[in-house]
Design a protein around this ligand. Structure first.
Ligand SMILES: [Zn+2]
Ligand SMILES: [Zn+2]
Ligand SMILES: [Zn+2]
Length: 367
């Protein structure tokens, strides 16, 4: 159902084999260059050196591919039909979070390979070569480059459109990169609900994106589907959240064979008019708010003011689901304090032992 796309990029998971493979390839490249220099001095000796290094690189590549498959436990997408790709998994403020020198973030400063980008998923149609991004995060430039690499599209092309969930910093501020000071996009379709559209239209600096036609707002209605092409359909649905500036939506994304739900931010499940267990049962994949693992995770802060469903609560809410339905659940949008960001933590093991998944950057899911 899913796989991880291998590539070189600035940010990659420390628990992901691609990173090691990428590093190894860099070493191979350096050693091959060194070999070219050696050629001019001693042709025969360096040729043997090259053969040995090449063999070694290839062996390392296959070993890494094997462990990659084991790690994902799911088949690699053929990428011949539409698919989703995870472009970021952190809460709005990223991982590490500014100023944090606690054990969650300390080792990540100055170590981009360990860092995670803000919660975001991409939708790719390899037939039409179109790509859409769900939320324009503070990591928008990296995420556009990542989806282009994953889809094999020219890296200087912008996405076909952007769907926004709401007006909190991790979900729309990446739009600034479309403006006059940046790429100066031409009428980039930005799909947003009514209040979200008004917020962008009536508040600087976002209003300039609208007046200069860097973005072209496409208004969404609750429960009303947008057909992207003959294979893909997207439907927004309202969810309860701290709606200071806009309403908040989740999305249902439907491909030719499967459907996925994306709800990065929501209040407690009981506050929602829909039954989340039924929603999971009716879809094939569910990327759900995993901001906090449990109550008390942020010391000295009243967590009732940020009322997300704790992962512990979600897991007990989903307890009655079958194992197959539980496996559809991919937690995403992790606060820097959430221990599941550390893949070897007890919390991460508990989640996976209970048949749920923790979303990983670059994972793909065929639709
Ligand atoms: Zn958020
Ligand atoms: Zn931290
Ligand atoms: Zn939010």
């Amino acid at each position: 159902m899913a796989g991880i796309i291998g590539m070189k990029r600035r940010v990659s998971s420390n628990f992901n084999d691609e990173h090691d493979l990428s590093k190894w390839n860099d070493i191979c490249l350096i050693t091959t260059l060194a070999k070219d220099m050696k050629d001019t001095i001693q042709v025969l000796g360096s040729w043997m050196f090259f053969v040995l290094i090449s063999l070694s690189c290839n062996q390392q590549g296959s070993k890494s591919d094997e462990s990659k498959d084991q790690a994902t436990d799911i088949e690699v997408s053929t990428l011949q039909s539409p698919y989703l790709v995870v472009l970021g998994i952190a809460q709005d403020a990223g991982f590490p979070q500014m100023n944090c020198q606690k054990s969650c973030c300390k080792a990540l400063w100055g170590n981009p390979d360990l860092q995670k980008m803000v919660s975001c998923i991409g939708l790719v149609d390899p037939i039409s070569k179109e790509r859409w991004i769900f939320d324009a995060t503070p990591d928008f430039p990296e995420q556009v480059d990542l989806i282009n690499q994953v889809s094999g599209i020219d890296r200087d092309e912008l996405p076909s459109g952007i769907f926004l969930t709401h007006a909190h910093i991790g979900h729309y501020t990446g739009l600034m990169h479309l403006g006059r000071e940046a790429v100066g996009a031409k009428e980039m379709p930005v799909f947003a609900m009514d209040k979200m559209s008004s917020y962008l239209t009536n508040n600087g600096p976002w209003s300039q994106l609208v007046s200069l036609k860097n973005i072209a707002l496409q208004k969404l209605l609750d429960g009303q589907s947008i057909r992207l092409n003959e294979r893909l359909k997207v439907t927004p649905f309202l969810v309860p959240h701290r709606d200071e500036y806009s309403e908040t939506v989740g999305y249902k994304i439907e491909g030719p064979n499967k459907s996925a739900i994306f709800i990065p931010d929501i209040n407690k499940w009981g506050d929602w008019e829909q039954d989340i267990n039924q929603v999971i049962q009716e879809n094939d994949l569910a990327f759900l708010d995993g901001s906090f693992y449990k109550n008390g995770e942020i010391p000295n802060r009243d967590m009732s003011q940020i009322p997300h469903p704790f992962m512990e609560e979600s897991m007990s809410q989903f307890e009655s689901l079958s194992a197959a339905d539980k496996k559809k659940v991919h937690f995403i949008h992790f606060n820097h304090t959430n221990p599941v960001l550390q893949r070897e933590s007890d919390a991460a093991r508990e989640v996976e032992k209970a048949n749920y998944r923790i979303a990983r950057e670059r994972e793909t899911y065929g639709l």
